[in-house]
Design a protein around this ligand. Structure first.
Ligand SMILES: *Cc1c(COP(=O)(O)O)cnc(C)c1O
Length: 387
């Protein structure tokens, strides 16, 4: 063979029996088949063999099967982010003329998709009170195709009675999807509580270091798997095997990180709960969090995100100066990484409550809690001098 042809020889020359403890990073779009008869284009790669990199290389499928194993799923799909996971679920369950229900405490971009893309496709997504419980039954219509739960809710942290919602939904043949990002897929057992499809932003706790974006969609059984798979294929939700490799590494330290984060977060939350300028602390392990009793019943722990409100006489501008005075806490969205973050929600949209720009969300990282508390104390002192 000419050297030019040799350059393109795809057959490995090195020994292939390297039994690494780490999952190799398989990059690749094309899969070569044994013969023409074996050529397929099938998203069910875990069962039917590899067909195309779009549905995942072995690195992606390793991450998928680890998540499925941890969550107790029939199968898990890995997608480019938590928001892509939300899109996959909407588009798998809803079609023109469908009705869906979403708690008004849901992740903002979920509601934006409901009002934007889904409305444009003639799917009506109706917001509901996250604390509705069994009362959801009254909102279910003949064309209801999907009920979303997210527990705790984004920013306002309402814990939902997921088993009651599931019972009402299943009595009328409606599927329930859960955004289980807060619980990292482990602190709340979605499938033991009857949920049909569970998603998480792996970006948060599984990644754990603010350096990747990935999502997972886990199907409880065959019905959900069969609904999600074809849409997953049609949308072409491919992910990078390098990101999957980082997520696989993140899984190895997830337990120790969650343990440390839970303890540190509790310390900061309890300190805030005692502070003279603080009105309420919305941390699931504290009775001041809406749905706290349900958290005690259904969850095995808390993680690192919570919110608190300042007392009513504190003007919104002072809350902004508090945020700007923080030095250890960084100002930023997202969470689940090693750094503590703070952000105020000046225009938080809730139908029954007006927080007046006084609700702050914190993500606690792996810094020493006494340093975090000192940082909050200093920033509160700055705020108090401007009062
Ligand atoms: C961050 C987040 C998402 C979206 O995840 P991305 O990976 O950033 O797209 C979805 N749901 C919740 C509750 C989140 O906090």
């Amino acid at each position: 063979m000419d050297w030019r042809t040799k350059l393109l020889d795809p057959k490995p020359q090195a020994r292939q029996d390297y039994a690494s403890l780490a999952t190799p990073v398989y990059r690749g779009s094309t899969v070569v088949f044994e013969g023409q008869a074996a050529v397929t284009d099938d998203w069910r790669q875990a069962e039917n063999g590899y067909s195309y990199g779009l549905y995942g290389t072995p690195t992606t499928l390793e991450l998928a099967s680890r998540i499925a194993g941890i969550e107790g799923a029939r199968e898990t799909f890995i997608v480019p982010g938590g928001q892509a996971a939300i899109a996959l679920i909407y588009l798998s369950y809803c079609k023109a003329g469908s009705h869906a229900l979403v708690p008004y405490s849901a992740y903002g971009p979920n509601k934006a998709m409901a009002e934007g893309l889904m409305r444009g496709l003639n799917v009506e997504v109706e917001p509901y009170d996250p604390l509705i419980g069994a009362g959801i039954s009254a909102l279910i219509r003949d064309n209801t195709a999907l009920i979303w739960c997210e527990s705790p809710g984004s920013v306002t942290m309402e814990i939902q009675d997921v088993p009651a919602i599931v019972a009402a939904a299943h009595a009328k043949g409606v599927a329930v999807a859960l955004d289980n990002t807060y619980a990292a897929g482990v602190m709340f057992d979605a499938f033991a509580h009857g949920v049909d499809v569970s998603m998480q932003a792996l970006t948060k706790y599984v990644g754990g270091h603010s350096d990747l974006l990935l999502g997972s969609v886990s199907a409880r059984g065959d019905a959900a798997y069969a609904k999600l798979g074809p849409i997953y294929q049609q949308l072409g939700l491919a992910v990078s095997p390098d990101d999957c490799s980082l997520a696989l590494r993140g899984l190895q330290t997830l337990a120790v990180r969650l343990d440390a984060l839970e303890k540190a977060t509790m310390k900061v939350a309890l300190w805030l709960a005692d502070h003279a300028l603080v009105k309420d602390v919305y941390h699931p392990a504290l009775p001041s969090c809406p749905g706290h009793d349900i958290w005690k019943r259904d969850f095995t722990g808390a993680t690192s995100v919570f919110s608190f409100t300042f007392k009513d006489d504190i003007p919104a501008e002072h809350v902004v100066s508090f945020i700007n005075a923080l030095k250890v806490f960084r100002i930023g969205m997202s969470w689940g990484g090693v750094n503590s973050l703070a952000v105020v929600y000046p225009g938080l949209d809730r139908p029954t409550q007006d927080f007046g720009g006084r609700i702050v969300r914190l993500n606690i990282g792996l810094e020493t809690p006494t340093d975090l508390i000192a940082d909050l104390e200093d920033a509160m002192a700055v705020m108090a001098t401007t009062l």
